[in-house]
Design a protein around this ligand. Structure first.
Ligand SMILES: C[S@@+](CC[C@H](N)C(=O)[O-])C[C@H]1O[C@@H](n2cnc3c(N)ncnc32)[C@H](O)[C@@H]1O
Length: 257
């Protein structure tokens, strides 16, 4: 329980950091599975009600506004909300936590996106709350799409020197990055959680400054089914439909209510 509180506080603090806000402010490309699935869903969600959860600097806002002007973007970090409002002056963007969507009535949205593993910065009990809230505000027949870190990835929780040596400049640079941040990583490792269902680890993001949730595909399927989602499709980062994956650090899910 104590670790869960630490996780929330650590992640909130990191997301409010100036350099982190700047990083997401400058992103504007869709990931391959996002591009592919949005293209496929567009005929069904055109001009319908869309909720974009944890928008950061609004990377996905531009693309979703092209699908529907009936768009709401939310994020719990006020700094990100300000950035996104500045970039998309006419869009509805609110400061709101995915764990408590009380501003929205049951069955409001036709499509909900929770992109870029943003759900992974919420403690475990609250992850289930966030999934339940997304399910509650989604209309019957609506779609929920999100990505999450893959616990089955071959490099899960490994530093570069714990893997096969690569004679490449990028590998050497990555070793230096990890060495530089090693004292911080050692400190953060004290807060890691490893259970049969999931793990929370201090990965390399933003100078080893976050505690991120990792889950295998079978366990994520169980969580989604427990909340009531159906017709669950799973994609790897190449946009290939999968049932298991060790190749990629993230997995994409599309589910229906
Ligand atoms: C990895 S960034 C992704 C940003 C954006 N979705 C993108 O694709 O570029 C994670 C974002 O999730 C937000 N976030 C994390 N937990 C949240 C929560 N419980 N409710 C709302 N936003 C949250 C953070 O403030 C941050 O903007």
């Amino acid at each position: 329980m104590e670790n869960q509180k630490v996780l929330d506080a650590v992640n909130k603090k990191t997301y409010a950091r100036g350099d982190v806000v700047k990083h997401y402010e400058n992103l504007d490309m869709l990931h391959k599975p996002e591009r592919m699935l949005l293209e496929r869903l567009t005929p069904e969600i055109k001009d319908k009600k869309i909720l974009d959860i944890a928008i950061g600097g609004g990377r996905t806002t531009k693309y979703l506004l092209q699908i529907s002007k009936d768009y709401t973007g939310i994020d719990y970090t006020p700094e990100f909300v300000e950035v996104a409002k500045r970039k998309y002056k006419d869009a509805t963007i609110l400061c709101c936590d995915a764990r408590d969507l009380k501003e929205f009535a049951d069955e409001t949205f036709d499509f909900i996106l929770f992109a870029f593993n943003s759900i992974d910065y919420i403690p475990h009990q609250d992850r289930m709350k966030a999934l339940k809230e997304s399910h509650r505000v989604l209309k019957k027949g609506g779609y929920f799409m999100f990505s999450t870190h893959n616990r089955d990835h071959e490099s899960f929780n490994k530093l570069p020197w714990q893997e096969k040596f690569q004679f490449k400049l990028s590998y050497l640079k990555y070793c230096l990055y990890c060495l530089y941040h090693l004292p911080k990583h050692r400190e953060m490792k004290k807060h890691e959680i490893h259970t049969d269902e999931f793990a929370v680890i201090n990965d390399n993001a933003h100078g080893f400054s976050l505690l991120a949730y990792y889950i295998s595909i079978p366990q994520q399927l169980k969580q989604l089914t427990a909340v009531g989602f159906t017709d669950i499709e799973i994609y790897d980062m190449d946009g290939e439909r999968v049932t298991s994956d060790t190749r990629f650090p993230w997995t994409y899910y599309l589910a229906k209510k």
